[in-house]
Design a protein around this ligand. Sequence first.
Ligand SMILES: CC(C)(COP(=O)(O)OP(=O)(O)OC[C@H]1O[C@@H](n2cnc3c(N)ncnc32)[C@H](O)[C@@H]1OP(=O)(O)O)[C@@H](O)C(=O)NCCC(=O)NCCS
Length: 188
Amino acid sequence: MRQRQQMVQLEQRRPEPPQRPVLQVVKASTVAAAPARVTIRRAQLTDVEQMYRLLDGYARQGLLLPRRIQDVYRNVREFVVAVDENDAVVGCGGLRVYTPVLAEVVALAVDERCHGKGVGRQIIDTLLADARSFDLVRVFAMTLQPVFFEKMGFATTNVALFPEKIAIDCSGCAKRATCQEITMVLDL
Ligand SMILES: CC(C)(COP(=O)(O)OP(=O)(O)OC[C@H]1O[C@@H](n2cnc3c(N)ncnc32)[C@H](O)[C@@H]1OP(=O)(O)O)[C@@H](O)C(=O)NCCC(=O)NCCS
């Protein structure tokens, strides 16, 4: 009897499980038209859920590699975001530094309702300005959108030139055998 009372007490003391924030997926086609003004700024922790939703939407379409929200938090200092008049995230992209001379453009994404309006270009320009300010020499990207990167001045190359990338990401990637991504490079 005493044992049962103790169990009931323990049960009552057990804390409520933490409530996960609801990650609502808003289809771009169901939301308002493209924003009139877009600003590029450094990503903040409060942007991460929106960045994650944007990236995850494209990952589900196979356009970006899947990543966890924890990874976005961990790497948030690499990112810039494009925000609309209400400071809502409509784009993001990161610059990942590998060596004193080499960095990669990662997780580049623009909300569908803003495509073709120069937001992707503004994000790349900001990341390249960052790269120059660090005196980096070379920036590469692995992408399924080579024409976009060509327009940003990148040229097609071979991933074998980037053993740093292969060691950190490619060697453990589940899609390695069937990877369709094209490696693009820009010398600054
Ligand atoms: C790729 C992406 C970031 C481009 O963003 P965007 O804001 O639409 O691009 P911009 O409007 O700045 O386009 C700049 C130029 O690239 C061209 N362009 C944009 N996307 C293109 C694409 N997918 N294929 C070919 N050209 C493209 C534009 O026509 C424009 O050309 P112009 O300067 O001659 O007019 C966006 O389409 C996206 O988020 N795609 C899904 C995620 C993805 O594939 N990310 C890349 C992973 S590395």
